[in-house]
Design a protein around this ligand. Structure first.
Ligand code: FEO
Length: 621
């Protein structure tokens, strides 16, 4: 029986999941299964994006047939010839005679290599090059070459009509979809980010430059949805995955901390690694430990892509590096690991040599700083060597300023329990209100924020916090530039309504707004009811779950009036109309925008659909 998912009026997911596969590509364990995504566009012409693995081809073919609903298949876009996405190509061609194959020239070569077809497929092929387009009716598809993400023939497709990026292997993950399709239907950070990282590091980790090139190309277009060949479809919150891709492809660490991988035959090398880990934890430095003989290499490689510092502890074996550690080091070098600080511990009962051999291999990688002194054990760590462990811990800790240390583990106990936290205390902060604006291509957008401060005067730096649900947030992630207009007390409620209570995705925030000007960075700002404008360029961003905090350099600023800046309190007391809950009904009204949620209860995780504030900002009536 078919099992498809409708994405929008004319786009369907027609892929399939496999939970029986033990090892993806014969190398990577996939305990959570894997999805093979394929998409069918039912425009005036019908277009299938890739096929699937042979293990699930029957379900896939049923899905395609059902979604076509009797229509003929006009095109199949082959973005990637790896058999997990092309194994069913031959059957599709047989089942839908006359279907045209749209692909790169390199893909055609691979099709000939993989299949013997009694079919004059060259006459049924449309070879596309960079930025070529295909009009299918309402939609226009643009093809963008993405060589080595993950094979040389790879291309991605941009639907210029619905702003959808069909991203091939990019932005994918291991793991079956389990009934969901969109990334926002699951908890990506908690349940899937490790797998996204493991997939990235192992499948395309070697090709960081090529991934960056694709990110660069993608940044020039507006993206409203990303449809990868594995894992979930992204329809919002793009920054959470794009930020990771920027870090991973630049071989920059995600977190300051130490990954310790050890290979130990009788437990003595492990013992030294454990003691080092304890010393680091005593200095409030995060550590993650792996026994390389037990944990699959793909997990350790993913961890190496996450942490800033790496420790390798290995016994000597046959005058070389212990087998599982040697495999891991070779794998890491092959995956192009860069920009890390490394410490080494070696062991050997008569001739410890593994340390220098590890060093030699890692020196092949770019920008790997190896702590000079290798801790060398003879069979086991001796009391007299504890000071060497301390020395190694000190050498690593020298890279960790206090701000990079976890002074206490983040858990609910030390965040404070409900009895010790009065949420009303947060309302005593004195916030201002600001129109935050950004520009992406020809699209101008803006929203209201309440968190913007000057951090330092020299150099001149400011910081803003922006809710990730705001479209302006995604534009800033992409363009790294924004303006803020500091609203004054004369700003009428209509300004807050115009910029704060709708999404720029659906509306033009500046429609009918006759009080704007453009700054030197090309971004609009409000020149009435604002007492100044500040233009800024992002130099750093930090992910805080619901919000991103951007730190930025000021590139332009101008005083527009001498009116007083509005405060949050002033807005509530003097500007915002008092909410008028409907009579004789029960419900909750948003203190921020007046939105009314009818009913006896309000879910704790409720988010106001207008202003995106949470349940804590609602009053019962
Ligand atoms: Fe999922 Fe590179 O294939």
């Amino acid at each position: 029986m078919h099992c498809i998912k409708k994405i929008n009026n004319d786009l369907y997911w027609v892929g399939a999941n496999d939970r029986r596969l033990a090892m993806f590509e014969g190398v990577y364990s996939v305990a959570g299964g894997v999805s093979y995504n394929s998409y069918l566009l039912t425009d005036e012409k019908t277009v299938l994006f890739d096929t699937c693995d042979k293990a699930v081809h029957q379900r896939f073919l049923e899905n395609v047939s059902y979604a076509l609903n009797g229509k003929k298949l006009d095109y199949i876009v082959v973005q990637h010839m790896e058999p997990d996405h092309s194994a069913a190509l031959k059957e599709v061609i047989k089942l839908y005679p006359g279907v045209k194959i749209v692909c790169s020239a390199k893909t055609l070569v691979f099709i000939k290599q993989f299949f013997e077809l009694n079919f004059d497929f060259e006459n049924f092929s449309v070879i596309v090059n960079e930025n070529d387009t295909l009009k299918t009716g309402r939609h226009t598809l643009q093809f963008i070459m993405a060589p080595m993400v993950h094979w040389p023939e790879v291309m991605v497709t941009y639907d210029t009509t619905d702003k959808i990026l069909f991203s091939a292997d990019a932005f994918g993950t291991f793991g079956a979809l389990n009934g969901a399709l969109f990334a926002d239907e699951v908890d990506i950070e908690k349940d899937y980010m490790n797998e996204y990282r493991r997939y990235y590091a192992n499948i395309v980790g070697k090709y960081g430059d090529q991934v960056q090139s694709l990110l660069q190309k993608a940044s020039s277009v507006q993206i409203d949805m990303i449809c990868p060949l594995h894992g979930f479809v992204w329809r919002n919150n793009f920054s959470s995955i794009i930020n990771k891709y920027m870090l991973w492809s630049g071989y920059r660490y995600e977190e300051k901390g130490v990954m310790i991988a050890y290979a130990s035959v009788y437990g003595n090398t492990e013992n030294a690694a454990e003691i080092l880990s304890c010393r680091l934890r005593e200095k409030n430095i995060k550590t993650a430990m792996f026994d390389v003989s037990v944990t699959p290499a793909s997990e350790i490689i993913a961890s190496a892509f996450k942490w800033s510092h790496l420790v390798f502890a290995s016994t000597t074996y046959n005058a070389g590096i212990f087998i599982s550690m040697e495999d891991l080091i070779n794998d890491l070098v092959a995956h192009n690991i860069q920009n890390r600080t490394v410490a080494i511990i070696e062991n050997g009962s008569w001739a410890p040599t593994s340390g220098n051999l590890i060093r030699e291999k890692l020196e092949e990688c770019k920008n790997i700083k190896i702590i000079e002194k290798i801790l060398s054990l003879k069979s086991s760590l001796k009391k007299g060597q504890l000071n060497e462990i301390d020395g190694l811990a000190d050498a690593i800790a020298a890279d960790f300023p206090e701000s990079a240390r976890s002074s206490a583990p983040l858990n609910s106990a030390n965040e404070g329990d409900n009895a010790s936290i009065d949420p009303n205390a947060m309302f005593k902060f004195s916030y201002g209100l600001f129109v935050l604006t950004a520009k992406d291509g020809s699209k101008d957008n803006g929203c209201i924020i309440n968190t913007a401060i000057q951090i330092t005067a020299s150099p001149l730096r400011i910081s803003i916090a922006v809710n990730k649900a705001n479209y302006t947030h995604d534009m800033i992630i992409k363009t790294k530039a924004f303006n803020i207009s500091i609203l004054s007390e004369s700003a009428p409620f209509s300004i807050y309504k115009q910029f704060g209570f709708s999404s720029g995705k659906e509306t033009d925030k500046f429609a009918g707004c006759g009080y704007t000007d453009r700054a030197a960075n090309g971004i609009l700002y409000i020149n009435e009811h604002a007492n100044c404008m500040i233009a800024a360029k992002v130099i750093e961003s930090h992910d805080y779950s619901t919000h991103t905090v951007f730190t930025a350099a000021v590139t332009q600023s101008k005083v527009l009036s001498n009116e007083r800046s509005v405060t949050y309190q002033y807005y509530f007391d003097n500007i915002k109309p008092k909410p008028q809950p409907p009579k004789e009904k029960k419900g909750f009204v948003c203190r921020i925008c007046g939105y009314v949620h009818e009913g006896d209860s309000l879910p704790k995780d409720f988010i106001c659909p207008l202003c995106k504030h949470g349940a804590e900002d609602f009053d019962a009536f």
